[in-house]
Design a protein around this ligand. Structure first.
Ligand SMILES: [Zn+2]
Length: 466
């Protein structure tokens, strides 16, 4: 039943969004805030009866959501997704309200929701999702060592508000998998059963010590950062067997990966159209979430959703904005890799150094509100690995804090004469256009928006918020 309050909230939200669109503004939070003024719990009404997957975690949320959305589309159903990074309560509310009719009834049956870790406790009690996936937990830009524990606690608190929702947790992340220790929810795990490359122990900075007894973890194998086959030699707390596990990585390239995956339906080879190890994790997360979701729907509603379709989706999913997104800049291939924190940045660097092809790196760093003003995290990212890469021929540096980044790269051991400071993003675009080799752009959030804006104009791709 819709109340007058709901109808008022829906009308106000839609009007606010139209106004913003007329003004050519891509605002995502304001219409939701307006709606919540009329009805603080309007999200509950406008999502009633919908079947929902939620994804949270430090890195990989957007891409995992994109994979799930693509799997649902391939299943022939329409689904709602909050694409433009509106992952707080106000943004999620706006997406759902605008998806509802004037009486607040949802127009689609399915939704894939990206949710900020801190907002989970506000969002999920209103959505009552079938499945919540937690991709991983790392220190984010501004965090110091203690703060990742606050994030973990925030996620746990959110999960506890929906005790019947199935959780899909990263088995290789000791922080993420510990969420299962004291929640009543049914849990499934995903992970990699095999190591990736060589690992230096210094990379394990976010979760060195056992979450139960404080003893330093030991590892049977590493994948990246603090992820891998961890175990505590004292109390026995350890990585659990994964329900969805990558059992072999057959190839890694700029075009994607080939892996072998064990899943509830057996074991199979699968291709993932997005490159890098972190996207293998995102793929495993998507398979875990989608199979759990299909199982829930069959049990609860008798709905038949073929779980295996998720593999088809992985093989041709397209990248989301700025995340391994490809551009053709007048014949120069450009791949854009958004980096926001030390773990993600180090992994992106590993990816570049594994490719064995000459390239130009375009590194961009801003320090605006959405980025976090403190950019000291660049000192924790493994830029040193770049200095050992003979294929890195040129580095272009740009953004509000370009000089800090330039200094960081010099300290990492990259020869000074190979690093060029570029004064603005328009000049950066021209430098990229004249590159003699493929360009990998590694911007942080707002510098990605700026550079992507220019790239999309130059190459005819869609604007960010559409
Ligand atoms: Zn222990």
């Amino acid at each position: 039943m819709s109340t007058i309050r709901t109808i008022a909230a829906v009308a106000a939200c839609k009007a606010a969004r139209w106004t913003l669109r007329l003004l050519h503004r891509g605002g995502t939070a304001l219409p939701g805030k307006v709606a919540m003024k009329f009805d603080p719990e309007v999200l509950r009404t406008v999502s009633r009866g919908m079947k929902i997957l939620v994804v949270t975690g430090t890195n990989g949320k957007t891409t995992t959501c994109r994979m799930l959305e693509h799997a649902l589309t391939r299943s022939g159903v329409r689904c709602l997704a909050n694409k433009s990074g509106a992952n707080l309560l106000s943004g999620v509310t706006a997406e759902f309200v605008c998806n509802a009719d004037w009486l607040g009834r949802p127009k689609t049956e399915y939704a894939v929701v990206e949710c900020d870790e801190g907002a989970l406790r506000q969002v999920v009690p209103l959505l009552s999702p079938e499945v919540i996936t937690v991709t991983n937990l790392f220190r984010d830009q501004l965090d110091r060592y203690g703060e990742v524990m606050h994030t973990l606690e925030a996620v746990r608190t959110g999960v506890k508000t929906v005790p019947e929702t199935t959780l899909c947790l990263n088995a290789d992340c000791s922080l993420t998998s510990s969420i299962s220790l004291d929640v009543p929810n049914p849990v499934r795990y995903f992970g990699l059963d095999v190591p990736v490359g060589e690992q230096k122990e210094t990379e394990i900075s976010d979760a060195r010590h056992c979450i139960r007894c404080g003893t330093a973890y030991e590892y049977k194998y590493y994948t990246y950062a603090h992820l891998g086959g961890f175990y505590c030699p004292k109390c026995g707390y350890s990585r659990l067997d994964a329900d969805v596990a990558v059992t072999q990585i057959s190839s890694l390239s700029a075009a994607g990966s080939q892996v072998r995956m064990r899943w509830p339906g057996g074991e199979r080879d699968t291709s993932i159209s997005l490159p890098a190890v972190f996207n293998i994790y995102n793929a495993a997360a998507a398979v875990c979430a989608f199979t759990a979701f299909a199982g829930q729907l069959r049990e609860k509603y008798g709905t038949q959703l073929d779980p295996e379709i998720v593999f088809d989706a992985l093989s041709d999913v397209e990248s989301s904005f700025g995340r391994m997104e490809n551009f053709d800049l007048d014949g120069v291939p450009v791949q854009m890799i958004l980096v926001k924190n030390p773990a993600g940045c180090s992994q992106s660097i590993s990816y570049l150094t594994q490719l064995n092809q000459d390239y130009t790196l375009a590194a961009c760093l801003n320090d605006r509100t959405a980025d976090g003003h403190d950019i000291s995290w660049i000192w924790d990212a493994d830029y040193e690995k770049l200095s050992e890469d003979p294929h890195l021929k040129q580095v272009l540096v740009c953004g509000d804090r370009a000089e800090d980044l330039q200094l960081r790269l010099k300290y990492a051991g990259i020869p000074e004469e190979r690093i060029e400071l570029v004064p603005d993003f328009a000049s950066m675009l021209e430098k990229m256009r004249s590159s003699k080799r493929p360009v990998f752009a590694m911007p942080n959030y707002t510098s990605m928006l700026e550079l992507r804006g220019l790239l999309s104009q130059a190459t005819g791709k869609k604007a960010f918020w559409k």
